[in-house]
Design a protein around this ligand. Structure first.
Ligand SMILES: [Zn+2]
Ligand SMILES: [Zn+2]
Length: 334
């Protein structure tokens, strides 16, 4: 079955990424280089927060900051960028699609094309039998923070991307060029509502929390925590980060996401909070979301998965795959 995206030609349902088959592409050899734009942005947000928050804190500014952080992680990062733009796990109206992707830029990590490329390179690399330490989050915590928040990986033989259907969109190209400036209208509104405390908490602290929180959960999710499945042949396996289930709007059930990357629902089991999926369900009830991809739509995926004990903590597939449960991988899905 195929479907047509708003940004171009048709694409398989639940197809998971934007990387083209590239002969000879190698996820292992390359060098990590300083990335001035993201380093100055991420570092600047952190320093501005630490310097300014002590002087510009009021209860209402903190409340506005927290509500906006959660709102932008939900609408922008989780639903707009990750589930809609990157994975195409549901479809919606052009207006809502543009709004959710715009919220993704406002969440403050980067523009849409950078997000797609960065996400998919990691996704592709982790599915190979081995990959660079940068792509596996294999370095100790502080070194990994420096790499992920301030550096980029230049592979010697990178895969090619198939981005034409994204780059054909004037809106996407505009957002990619102006993602930092997208804070300005929001900052102006916040200043008008509550002066500098609202700007400090609603922009600087919010973005610092989002980018550092995203790195922290990503770091842990590739190193330790419960697992339900392992992906056959993948050199890097994912773990769930249960304490972050609510904070990340469901993104922290990362073991589920590696198992079913195209699924709009990431919290798959009872008790796994997934506000991102709740939001998509709400849109569906209003007639604003359709073609919602779920694990049962990803035919053939079960053959690539091995069920493992829920308390396995090793990040090494050869160690953590030792206790397979009987039955097909889907049996754990309820
Ligand atoms: Zn991952
Ligand atoms: Zn993903």
């Amino acid at each position: 079955m195929t479907r047509v995206l708003n940004h171009g030609r048709s694409r398989g349902r639940c197809e998971v990424n934007w990387i083209a088959e590239t002969k000879g592409a190698d996820p292992s050899s390359g060098r990590v280089e300083w990335d001035p734009i993201h380093s100055l942005w991420n570092g600047g947000m952190l320093i501005a927060s630490l310097l300014l928050a002590p002087f510009f804190t009021t209860p209402s500014a903190v409340a506005v900051g927290m509500i906006l952080t959660g709102g932008m992680v939900l609408l922008g990062h989780s639903v707009g960028f990750h589930r809609l733009l990157i994975h195409g796990s549901f479809e919606t109206t052009p207006l809502l699609r543009h709004f959710l992707i715009w919220c993704g830029a406002v969440a403050g990590m980067s523009g849409p094309i950078w997000i797609v490329k960065t996400h998919d390179l990691r996704d592709w690399a982790q599915r190979q039998s081995s990959c660079h330490d940068y792509l596996a989050h294999r370095k100790p915590m502080l070194a990994d923070a420096w790499w992920q928040l301030h550096c980029t990986l230049k592979l010697d033989r990178p895969p090619q991307y198939d981005l034409a259907r994204l780059e054909n969109s004037r809106f996407i190209r505009w957002l990619e060029k102006t993602w930092m400036l997208q804070q300005l209208p929001l900052a102006a509104l916040l200043y008008w509502m509550g002066g500098w405390p609202f700007v400090v908490w609603g922009v600087f602290v919010r973005i610092a929390l989002t980018v550092h929180g995203h790195w922290l959960v990503g770091h842990i999710a590739h190193r330790r925590g419960p697992q339900s499945w392992e992906v056959r042949g993948a050199g890097v396996q994912a773990h769930d980060v249960p304490w972050a289930g609510i904070l990340t709007m469901g993104e922290a059930w990362h073991n589920n996401h590696h198992a079913y990357p195209g699924s709009a629902r990431i919290g798959l089991k009872p008790g796994q909070s997934d506000w991102g999926y709740c939001f998509i369900q709400m849109l569906a009830k209003l007639g604003l979301a359709w073609k919602i991809c779920l694990p049962e739509d990803m035919k053939g995926r079960a053959a690539e998965l091995v069920s493992v004990g829920a308390t396995v903590t090793s990040s090494h597939p050869q160690q953590s795959a030792q206790q397979p449960r009987p039955g097909p991988a889907e049996s754990a899905l309820k």
